[in-house]
Design a protein around this ligand. Structure first.
Ligand code: SF4
Ligand code: SF4
Length: 502
């Protein structure tokens, strides 16, 4: 507890509103009759369904398979029958639908029917590391703090480089959200087991479990476990201290450079619920099929509830007292970074940490102009110029937006929060990012089409001339891009390893 803490740029001191739920034990709810499982609940490529309509599936069975390095499996959260594969409302700022597996739930089974493989971290640490990595990947675990990045990829990248510090992030800096605080109190032994296991797995020199300074109950529960596998550090409750890069700065004084990842400076950060999910996957073979969700705000039975992935938001809210959509709106996430759920039929996913019910403003504020007061600048934890980013985003000047480091924006909402003109700055930034990403995808598709056309043309002329040598050289050329790319990746990894060794 003597570690020197550091300040990050900007940030805000916010009212926490956590007392509404943090002292209430996590509770189960009745399961819905139907679950909707989006095939993309994570960063990366969507999984591909591996079940057919009418097929009976068992709890924990694979229903959609990862098809790429950065992708993730999806499992059935309950026994049931696949009713359809169709587009369905999902939690997304655009309100667009996405492909889901509709599962008619037949009955519920308890986790303990799944094979126990030995819950003791010491037993697990006698296995080859790749066995544990494989179990994590097979369990479909993504970052449960909201990022949704596949956990096995993050840890695999960590295994390629030296890890100085493993940070277990239990800092829920957004108001209202307490699901991780409850988890750390109620499953402290699993947090400790997970931290011990993962520290060994990524061969980290040190491990820190970070919590907020006013979380006395949590501190007490973890301290009771008396583990020397990690340091328990309480950090000041300044928003967004729980954001990955800001937490690294607070704990180590280091800054992750623009465009870099924490592992580039020898640090791996994992959310505390992710750590528990990893431990349960490694020790018991449990796939990720449920999570704790905070239900808070203007609702009669707030608390933390254990929900099956795929449970409709409406069902969860009905179990917590219900809400009136005419007078209230629901956010997925907290008041700063949350996105409005436009259709409450949308299901809970692996990254849904909070459902926040807020009263609708009777009259939405008229969008006002930027008065160039500059209030948004000092609160930005990244040191960006939000008002300039706003101008670039509004005028769709993608080059200017990228020059202003739009993609470094962590969408924390600090700038919007203080803006006297109530300009929804983050909405502009999200929209600009997704527009640029779609442009990049279009450009990549156009490049790919052009390349294929050129290859086709060259093949035609090669076959016309029946020149065997030419065909051989064409095969080399077409393979060159792939092999060049592979070489570049290997070189980059080797360079990074070398850097870390110095
Ligand atoms: S939303 Fe982006 S620009 Fe605004 S304060 Fe946060 S990081 Fe800075
Ligand atoms: S706080 Fe709002 S009004 Fe002031 S400079 Fe920033 S965007 Fe403009």
């Amino acid at each position: 507890m003597n570690r020197t803490l550091h300040a990050f740029k900007g940030g805000l001191k916010l009212a926490s509103h956590k007392d509404q739920t943090r002292h209430i034990a996590t509770r189960d709810i009745c399961h819905p009759e139907t679950l909707y499982l989006p095939i993309k609940q994570h960063v990366g490529m969507a999984a591909v369904p591996c079940v057919e309509v009418g097929q009976a599936v068992r709890k924990g069975e694979l229903v959609a398979r990862s098809q790429a390095y950065v992708s993730m499996h999806v499992h059935a959260p309950a026994d049931g029958i696949v009713a359809s594969l169709r587009d369905f409302p999902v939690i997304h700022p655009s309100g667009l639908q996405a492909l889901c597996i509709e599962l008619s739930v037949s009955e519920r089974h308890d986790d303990d029917r799944l094979t126990a493989r030995g819950a003791n971290p010491a037993d697990l640490m006698r296995l080859e590391r790749h066995v544990i990595y494989d179990r994590i990947e097979q369990a479909g675990i993504v970052g449960l703090g909201g990022a949704g990045f596949p956990a096995h990829v993050k840890m695999h990248e960590g295994s390629l480089q030296h890890v100085d510090v493993l940070i277990i992030n239990g800092v829920e800096c957004e108001p209202y959200i307490t699901c991780d605080a409850r988890l750390m109190q109620e499953q402290a032994q699993d947090v400790v087991a997970g931290a011990t296991l993962i520290r060994w797995l990524v061969e980290a020199d040190a491990c820190i479990v970070a919590i907020e300074e006013d979380m006395d109950d949590t501190r007490g529960a973890l301290a009771q476990c008396k583990s020397d596998a990690f340091e328990l550090i309480a950090v000041p409750a300044i928003y967004p201290a729980g954001s990955e890069k800001q937490l690294i700065t607070v704990l180590t004084g280091l800054e992750v450079p623009s465009g870099s990842l924490p592992i580039d400076i020898g640090i791996v950060v994992l959310n505390v619920a992710t750590v528990v999910a990893i431990y349960r996957a490694a020790a018991y073979g449990l796939p990720l099929t449920e999570r704790i969700v905070t239900v808070a705000g203007d609702i009669s039975m707030p608390g933390n509830i254990k929900a099956l992935i795929g449970t409709p938001v409406q069902h969860v809210l009905d179990q917590c007292g219900g809400f009136d959509s005419a007078t209230h709106r629901v956010l997925s996430g907290g008041p700063m970074m949350g996105i409005e759920i436009l259709d409450p039929r949308a299901p809970i996913t692996k990254v849904t940490n909070c459902l926040l019910v807020l009263e609708r403003k009777l009259q939405p504020p008229a969008s006002k102009a930027c008065i160039r007061c500059g209030d948004c600048v000092p609160v930005c934890p990244i040191g960006l110029q939000p008002q300039q980013l706003f101008e670039a985003s509004r005028s769709a000047d993608v080059d200017e937006a990228q020059d202003l480091n739009l993609f470094d924006c962590i969408e924390c909402g600090c700038c919007s929060y203080v803006c006297p003109s109530e300009i929804p700055l983050v909405h502009y930034f999200r929209y600009a990012k997704s527009s640029i990403e779609s442009l990049d995808i279009d450009r990549a598709a156009a490049d790919d089409a052009r390349l294929r056309f050129e290859r086709h043309k060259t093949r035609l002329s090669a076959s016309e001339s029946s020149d065997v040598d030419e065909q051989v050289s064409l095969a080399d050329v077409s393979g060159l891009r792939v092999s060049e790319l592979q070489n570049q990746v290997h070189d980059a990894i080797a360079r990074a390893r070398q850097r870390r060794k110095k």
